[in-house]
Design a protein around this ligand. Sequence first.
Ligand code: TRP
Ligand code: SF4
Length: 529
Amino acid sequence: MTGDDSREEPTANESGTPVPDGGAAGADDVALDPWGSSSVSDYRKLFEEFGIEEFDEVLEEVPNPHYLMRRGVIFGHRDYRPVAEALQNDEPAAVLSGFMPTGDPHIGHKLVFDEIIWHQQQGADAYGLIADLEANSARGMSWEEIDEHARDYLLSLLALGFDPEEGTLYRQSENRELQDLSFELGAEANFSEFQAIYGFDGETDVSHMQSVVTQMADILYPQLEEPKPTVIPVGPDQDPHVRLARDLAERMRFFKVSEAYASFELEPAERALVATFYDDLDPADFDDDTLRCTHVADALAETPLADLETDADTLSSVLTKLEEAGMEPVRPRTRFSDRRATEDAFDALIDAIEGEKRVYENHIDAFEIDRAAAEALAREIEVDNGGYGFQPPSSIYHRFMTGLTGGKMSSSNPASHISLLDDPEDGYDKVKAATTGGRETAEEQREKGGKADECPVYELYAYLLAGDDDEFAKEVYDECVGGERLCGGCKEQAAELMRKFLADHQEKRDEVEDLLEETDIELESPRRR
Ligand code: TRP
Ligand code: SF4
């Protein structure tokens, strides 16, 4: 998760208040490894190569966006729109993230705490979990260590404003329903897939693999009672997990809804091709009152490939299908394919479809329902018949924080990060000792301005110290790059703010001790290996 071990620093900013550029020049690899060293030297690659979408594009749809969203710290997402819409319309939504209790919670984790809490305040059901199975199996932490750290994560989450009465806290090992769900999800995944996604091999512990299905279950857990848009705020290193969870959610569905033009199946590219011809052709041109598959085949065969927006393979495959179907009329329809529906569910769906329909062995074609209505109906029938009806989970991604000493922020290097448990004076000292984006001399700085984009101290302002105050964050930035702000004073101000933040946070942690005791989360693991 957030700047856990070995993370690289952010680069150029795209939006809002400027976000620092950690200057990871040279490192040109983007590797997303949940347990290894995730390095993101170029956030653009995450969009291009991994299909993560830019957060800026949904920002306008988000009610009262959090400052981390406004400042581009939350830079990417997958499918966040349904969540934003649900928040907007006061419809059910959920947020969930998990923490591996491998060390002290630090200011990188605070980003995730804040994201969970913000969604809770916007009306989402909020979940915070302790990934103790993962910490034990993937990181070899003892249960004693896990218990100690788990407590610290939870206290910080509560101190920052998580409402345990409205929300849910659990640890993986103690959640029976979660384990049952993970067992079921495990039946949909296999070793080759884990190998391809995570690089597991013959030496990988089985419990490590189990921790993966457990995380899949975590991600879908908020939807156990009813399907709802759910967002998983994480660092981009967790994206492989998110993608797998989205896949599994889909595989668990009873029905798949698609669009078709005749009884046979079409791939999306093939369907697009048939769609253009369906719109343009007139059955009268073929001396017929109905447009038939063979007509479309003829028309397609007469059109030069260059005039078609498709490739030769797609064309030949469509032609074969159309010719085989011959005189079958071409008619758009919505198709419900049986994926893993029970017989009762399949029958119930047949009954529930209004208007003209045609029932086949493994699918039903409906002629008077549009795609969206069909999706809703399929989900409703699934849920009524004991299925989950999962919606694919969404995610948002935040930038990794730069280490205070430059390079990566890492739990294993205390000088690189500020723990939420650090003595406020130590926090003050660490900021004072931090690397900056300043120039060699004060003169040069006045003349050229500082490099706020490459400054870990500016990052502290933007990610944390300026809080909700965009104007203040912008002022620091503008003064720095304008040469009015010198590093000594700038760091002094940041260090004082950090001291105050830590003192306040720790006071709040003491205050929420009782609150933690009142929750039903298990604080002491019964396991002792
Ligand atoms: N794997 C996450 C990490 O390394 C922790 C985690 C477990 C998690 N379950 C989750 C994160 C579910 C998000 C959602 O920190
Ligand atoms: Fe960083 Fe502040 Fe120096 Fe600018 S003035 S480079 S923000 S420490």
